[in-house]
Design a protein around this ligand. Structure first.
Ligand code: PRP
Length: 190
């Protein structure tokens, strides 16, 4: 576990090995569930790109990939549910079996918005896979169809997840305890 920001304390939550095993299992489950169909993955930027890159290599189907860039309006450590599109999808999802890929499902505000927005584009089906699920934090009654790990209400970084845009490159998922002077710069979403 490397810590590029050594002044903040981080502790290990999920090892690279544990994550990779779970990603392999999710890939196998998705492959079985969508057998004989083409699957269109939609990665929700930024956090999901590391997870998506690993997951797609464990899905043995005809797969296409697109990305949706979003940012939550407002500062603070929780998402507001007000979502700004920073990069729209490159192609239409009409008639496609769409699997949205998220790094983390927290309050559910973001995916509630995204589900409405994506459903309006008439996909054949729309499901969600989230690597991490902070189920106890849910405000909206949204559930992922596939979950990697249900985790407690801790601020986590690594494997795509950030704190002030940093730490995304950590291979493990870690709990971050920011120094007092660094606290308050967290991005929305946790
Ligand atoms: C995270 C995550 C989800 C959202 C979930 O994104 O990727 O999109 O928060 O939170 P919610 O369930 O409470 O709405 P974040 O805002 O951290 O942006 P990022 O993906 O660019 O890091």
């Amino acid at each position: 576990m490397n810590n590029p920001e050594s002044k903040n304390k981080i502790e290990l939550l999920l090892t690279e090995e544990k994550i990779m095993q779970r990603v392999r299992d999710l890939g196998a489950q998705i492959t079985a569930d969508y057998q004989g169909r083409r699957l269109h993955l939609v990665g929700i930027l930024k956090g999901a790109w590391v997870f998506l890159a690993d997951l797609v290599r464990h899905i043995d189907l005809e797969v296409t990939v697109d990305f949706l860039g979003i940012a939550s309006y407002g500062a603070g450590t929780t998402s507001s549910g007000q979502v700004k599109i920073t990069k729209d999808l490159d192609q239409s999802i009409e008639g496609l079996d769409v699997l949205a890929v998220e790094d983390i499902l927290d309050t559910g505000l973001t995916f509630t918005y995204l589900h409405k927005m994506l459903s309006a584009r008439k996909p054949k089906s729309l499901k969600l896979v989230a690597l991490l699920d902070k189920a106890e934090r849910r405000i909206k009654p949204v559930q992922a169809d596939y979950v990697g790990f249900t985790i407690p209400d801790l601020f986590v970084v690594g494997y795509g997840l950030d704190y002030g845009q940093k730490y995304r490159q950590l291979r493990d998922v870690c709990v971050l305890h920011p120094t007092p002077e660094d606290a308050g710069i967290a991005t929305a979403g946790q």
